[in-house]
Design a binder for this molecule. Structure first.
Ligand code: CA
Length: 234
């Protein structure tokens, strides 16, 4: 039977039922139907409870869905950013070991040497900004552990300029490489009488005399820089 906006009173609770019983405002089990229709009243109570449970379970499902969706979306954004860092550049690849079906790549405009790629930044910036620029490209300022590494890169640099490298003073002349590799005193290439100033906590490679070497300078000085990243293997 279709009953529209019929108000019933049972005990102290008034409820309303709307056409086909789709709208219920009943929450108390003790509510009874009018005119001896006890089962109808109980039925409405149960259906109201069921709707409430249905609503709660669906809300829980929605919450789980949106939580999972948000996590996946965040993960996708991270992956897209990581891939974007690579795919926004053209890669130059070689097969170093033909039996191994692996391509060894460096981004376009980066120079390959050993297991790394190097990028010469000709824009002058402070030491911190230079490191941040490298970091945005998935790299860090150049780390030099051998004469071969230094010779490889310096032969392409402008001898009239200076270039930040990834060496800095953490305080009290404690030199640290940006990639956390150990600072080996026996593999350093300081110019004569350098490092010479406790206030100079960043390092450039420069060619003021007859050869390339390192000089500590103030980190706020603006110089060119060299970035380094590991080769990409595909
Ligand atoms: Ca100096």
């Amino acid at each position: 039977m279709r009953r529209k906006n019929e108000a019933n009173t049972a005990g102290s609770v008034t409820f309303q039922r709307v056409d086909g019983g789709r709208r219920y405002y009943i929450k108390q089990q003790e509510v009874m139907a009018k005119n001896g229709d006890a089962n109808a009243g109980q039925s409405n109570v149960l259906r109201a409870g069921e709707e409430e449970k249905w609503f709660e379970s669906n809300m829980a499902l929605c919450l789980v869905f949106f939580t999972v969706y948000f996590q996946k979306y965040s993960q996708l954004l991270e992956e897209k950013k990581a891939i974007g860092d690579l795919t926004h550049k053209e890669l130059n690849c070689t097969k170093d070991n033909p039996p191994m079906d692996v391509w060894s790549c460096c981004p376009k405009d980066w120079k390959p040497f050993s297991s790394h790629c190097y990028y010469i930044s000709t824009d002058a910036a402070s030491g911190r900004e230079s490191e941040e620029k490298c970091s945005r490209m998935g790299a860090h300022l150049m780390v030099i552990h051998s004469q071969e590494e230094q010779d490889f890169i310096t032969k392409t640099l402008d001898p009239k300029a200076a270039y930040f490298i990834g060496l800095s003073d953490a305080g009290h002349r404690q030199w640290r490489w940006v990639d956390q590799t150990p600072y080996n005193e026996s593999a350093t290439f300081w110019h004569p009488r350098e490092p010479n100033n406790n206030d100079e906590q960043c390092v450039v490679v420069s060619h003021p005399y007859s050869s390339w070497g390192w000089n500590d300078i103030r980190c706020s000085d603006e110089q060119k820089s060299v970035c380094q990243m590991k080769r990409i293997y595909l």
